[in-house]
Design a protein around this ligand. Structure first.
Ligand SMILES: C[S@@+](CC[C@H](N)C(=O)[O-])C[C@H]1O[C@@H](n2cnc3c(N)ncnc32)[C@H](O)[C@@H]1O
Length: 369
C-alpha cells in the first residue's frame, strides 16, 4: 500500500535519546514512527491502518476521539496531523501502557480518559469531528450499544478497523474448513452475520474476542445507528471502513423495542467524576448555609430557641435527595454494591447530621448573647 506522503513528518529524536532504554518495560502493541527513523516497537502499524481507513492527512481544527487507544500512538498521530484537541479513551492504566511516557516525551496535549465506550456521552465528552474505532469492535460483548454511543458523540466521521469473518472458515470445531475447500457461497457474504466466539476460539493466545462480524454486518450495524458508511479496504481477516453521521431512520426511532435513540440507553450519564464532586460540594454548601441561616434566625428572633428538628430533618432529606440525584445518574459515581450503597447512605446522613450540629452550635454561640 502507498502510504500518504502528506502526513506531517515525524520530528528528529531529542539529543541523547536511547530507544532501547526508553521502550523497555512496556508491552507495545502499536508500531509508530515516534521520531524520524525511530519506531515504537509494536506490530500494529499506525501508518497502514490510517491509510486503510482513509484518515485525512490534515486534521487541522478537528476534535478527535480515539476509542480503545491503548499505547496512544493513533492519538499522538492525530495530534501530529494538526488536530485541535484529542481525547484518548481506553480501559488501560496510561502509566503502564507507555501513554504517559510518550505524552511527556512529545510534550503532547492529548487527554487520556480511562473509561468505556459504553458510557460515553455528549454531556461528558462533547461531540467529535473525527472518531477512531480501530481494533475494538470484535472485543465488545455489546457491539451495537457501542456503535449507538459513538453516534451520540459524533458530529462528523468515524474511522473503523476491525476483524471480519468474510474470508474466515465458517465451521466450528476441528478441523476448520477453509472457504477454498468447501465454498460457502456468496449468499453468506451478503447476509449480515455476527459470529460469536467462545473464549480462545479466534485466537489461542487471546481470550478477549466476542464477535466476528462479516463486512455486510458492520455496514448494517453502522447504517442502523445513523451513519452512512463505506468499506475502504480489506486484507486477510481485517477490514477498514469510513462512516459519516447521517440521520437515524425514523422507523428505528419509533417502532422498535430497542430504539437506537441514545436517550433510550440505560447508560445515561448525568455527571462526570469532577462535575459530580463539584455538585456534592455545592449541595453541601447550600445545605449548610440554609441550616446556618435558619438557626441564626431562630436564635435571634426568639428568647428561647425553638425545636427545629422537623425543619432540619426536611433539609437533611433534601440534601440527601440532591446527592442521590447525582449518584443514580452517573455510572462513575454510582456505588457498585449494596454495601457501598449502605456505606454511602450512612456517610451522607452522618455528614448531614454533624454539619447541622456544627451550624447550630455556631449560630447559638454567635447570636445567643
Ligand atoms: C486490540 S486493542 C486496539 C488498540 C488500538 N486501537 C489499535 O488499533 O492499536 C483493543 C483496545 O480496545 C480497548 N477496549 C476494549 N473494550 C473497550 C471498551 N468497552 N471501551 C473502550 N475501549 C475498549 C482495550 O482497552 C484496548 O485498548
Amino acid at each position: 500500500m502507498v502510504i500518504n506522503k502528506r502526513t506531517a513528518a515525524p520530528p528528529a529524536a531529542p539529543l541523547g535519546f536511547s530507544p532501547d532504554s526508553y521502550f523497555r518495560g512496556v508491552h507495545w502493541h502499536q508500531r509508530w514512527e515516534i521520531f524520524r527513523g525511530i519506531f515504537v516497537p509494536g506490530q500494529n502499524r499506525v501508518d497502514y491502518l490510517c491509510e486503510a481507513a482513509q484518515l485525512p492527512a490534515d486534521l487541522s481544527g478537528k476534535r478527535v476521539l480515539d476509542v480503545g487507544a491503548w499505547n496512544g500512538c493513533f492519538s499522538f498521530e492525530c495530534e501530529r496531523r494538526g488536530a485541535q484537541e484529542v481525547i484518548a479513551l481506553s480501559l488501560e492504566n496510561p502509566a503502564q501502557t507507555g501513554f504517559d511516557r510518550m505524552k511527556q516525551l512529545l510534550g503532547s496535549k492529548v487527554r487520556y480518559v480511562n473509561g468505556s465506550v459504553y458510557t460515553i456521552s455528549p454531556g461528558e465528552l462533547g461531540t467529535f469531528d473525527v472518531i477512531l474505532f480501530f481494533g475494538v469492535l470484535y472485543h465488545l460483548r455489546y457491539p451495537l450499544l457501542a456503535i449507538d454511543r459513538l453516534r451520540s458523540v459524533s458530529r462528523g466521521e468515524v474511522f473503523i478497523e476491525t476483524h471480519v469473518i468474510d474470508q474466515h472458515p465458517w465451521l466450528r470445531g476441528w478441523p476448520e474448513v477453509p472457504e477454498q475447500v468447501i465454498p460457502q457461497g456468496a449468499a453468506l457474504q451478503r447476509t449480515p452475520i455476527w459470529r460469536q466466539y467462545a473464549e480462545f476460539e479466534l485466537n489461542p493466545g487471546d481470550q478477549s474476542n466476542w464477535f466476528g462480524p462479516n463486512v455486510v454486518a458492520v455496514l448494517e450495524a453502522f447504517q442502523t445507528a445513523g451513519f452512512e458508511i463505506a468499506q475502504t479496504q480489506s486484507w486477510t481477516n481485517r477490514a477498514a471502513f469510513r462512516a459519516k453521521v447521517s440521520t437515524i431512520p425514523a422507523r428505528l426511532l419509533q417502532h422498535s423495542y430497542e430504539s437506537v435513540s441514545p436517550r433510550m440507553h440505560a447508560y445515561r450519564t448525568r455527571f462526570s467524576m469532577p462535575q459530580g464532586r463539584l455538585y456534592f460540594v455545592a449541595v453541601w454548601l447550600v445545605y449548610s448555609s440554609l441550616a446556618f441561616l435558619i438557626a441564626r434566625w431562630n436564635v435571634t428572633s426568639h428568647q428561647h430557641p425553638k425545636d427545629l428538628r422537623l425543619v432540619f430533618a426536611g433539609l437533611a432529606v433534601a440534601a440527601w435527595a440532591g446527592y442521590w440525584f447525582a449518584l443514580v445518574g452517573s455510572p462513575y459515581l454510582r456505588p457498585r454494591s449494596v454495601y457501598r450503597h449502605l456505606g454511602l447512605v450512612f456517610l451522607s446522613l452522618a455528614g448531614v447530621f454533624f454539619s447541622t450540629l456544627l451550624w447550630l452550635l455556631l449560630a447559638v454561640k454567635a447570636y445567643s448573647e
